[in-house]
Write a protein that binds this ligand. Structure first.
Ligand SMILES: [Zn+2]
Length: 387
């Protein structure tokens, strides 16, 4: 048990100074008066002295097994260790496969999810990858989502990209219909997360899929939409129509046309679009290849889960109030992916908390009731991480 005193609580809505009792993996109580707890309970008391406490970040796009591979076998990114994720304030991840769904498998991804769960993180994943027909575990997307506990949707399916399988409208509609049906049957999200490449077709396939079917706009969750101003404009239109779009917190942007996550979120806010229509993810563990005009890889970077917390701090620096900056990093992701006990700090929710420092960066991180980061130092490491 942990009794956290004098937290300036953002749930993500601003709640003011509150005391919180964490019992096991859950938030058991939140109140304004310090409770009288019997000593025998052995609750560890910690006075936060008015520091801001926010929900643990929910990252909807992480290459947990490591992504990459676009420049041969030596360019395959190794799996992400536990503390690479937690030290940036992330306590829930949705893992996925990308370009390489040949050497990497859904089996391997589900195993990585289970390993991270055993190490104290909250982890889920998507089936499939860039290509159609999708790589699956049970033989179908429907079967994977219905039967396999951590699988909540399908993705990242690539469109408008030279690395995609150039899916047709019919193929995308069938996939989305399967994902949606599976979601209904298993009370899961059933979302199709779409990787958007830099191709000029942009979100055209998504617009046509929505126009020519009964599928709700939230069935599709396009990501990397800040890779160009034109694509971002299309994404804003989709959000206006009830869709949810995902901005990638790239570690660096190239050229004038790519938007940083902070620029994209600020631009979204200016348009007064539905507040629940935007999410931000890190692409952690994914490779960030740059291609020349002939499609050859010129440079390889690796996505870092910590860019999520950096983007949040950047928004605060830009003057965005914390309570309205938080939802794209927390409650919006949890709502879309139907992670019912995630993304908010309320009684009965999982005890996933981040204490921010003065600059708005993660200082202390609690995942499922256990401190993983204290005073900026990692205190819980993954199985094979060196101390
Ligand atoms: Zn991608």
């Amino acid at each position: 048990m942990h009794l956290l005193l004098n937290a300036d609580l953002y749930a993500p809505g601003k709640r003011g100074i509150r005391h919180l009792l964490v019992a096991g993996e859950q938030i058991a109580w939140i109140g304004e008066e310090v409770p009288d707890l019997p000593l025998e309970l052995g609750a560890e008391r910690l006075d936060l002295g008015g520091r801001r406490v926010v929900p643990g970040l929910v990252d909807g796009h992480v290459h947990l097994t490591g992504g990459g591979g676009e420049a041969g076998f030596s360019s395959r990114v190794p799996p992400l260790a536990l503390s690479r994720i937690t030290r940036g304030g992330t306590t829930t991840v949705i893992g996925l496969l990308g370009t390489d769904d040949v050497l990497r498998s859904t089996e391997e991804l589900v195993a990585r999810v289970r390993a991270l769960r055993a190490e104290g993180l909250s982890a889920f994943c998507l089936t499939g990858g860039y290509h159609l027909p999708p790589r699956t575990l049970t033989g179908s997307v429907l079967g994977d989502i219905v039967h396999v506990d951590p699988i909540v949707g399908v993705g990242e399916v690539a469109i408008s990209d030279h690395r995609s399988s150039q899916p047709t409208l019919e193929e995308l509609l069938r996939l989305a219909a399967d994902a949606r049906l599976a979601g209904l049957l298993a009370a899961k999200a059933g979302v199709v997360q779409l990787h958007l490449g830099s191709g000029p077709r942009g979100l055209d396939l998504v617009r046509r899929a929505l126009a020519e079917s009964e599928l709700p706009p939230k069935t599709f969750h396009p990501t990397h939409v800040n890779r160009s101003t034109r694509l971002f404009g299309e994404a804003l239109d989709l959000a206006q129509g009830g869709g949810v779009v995902d901005v990638t917190a790239f570690p660096e942007v190239e050229g004038d046309d790519e938007l940083t996550a902070v620029e994209a979120v600020l631009s979204y806010r200016e348009k007064a679009l539905p507040p629940e229509g935007l999410t931000v993810s890190s692409d952690g563990g994914g490779s960030l290849p740059r291609f020349d005009a002939e499609g050859r890889v010129t440079r390889l970077g690796v996505g870092d889960p910590a860019t999520l917390g950096e983007a949040l701090a950047g928004l605060l620096e830009a003057g965005v109030p914390l309570d309205s900056a938080l939802p794209p990093f927390t409650s919006n992701v949890a709502r879309l992916y139907r992670l019912e006990t995630k993304g908010r700090i309320e009684v009965g929710m999982d005890a996933d908390l981040v204490v921010l420092d003065e600059e708005g960066r993660p200082r202390d991180v609690m995942a499922r009731g256990r401190w993983h980061v204290r005073g900026g130092e990692v205190v819980v490491r993954g199985t094979f991480e060196e101390a």
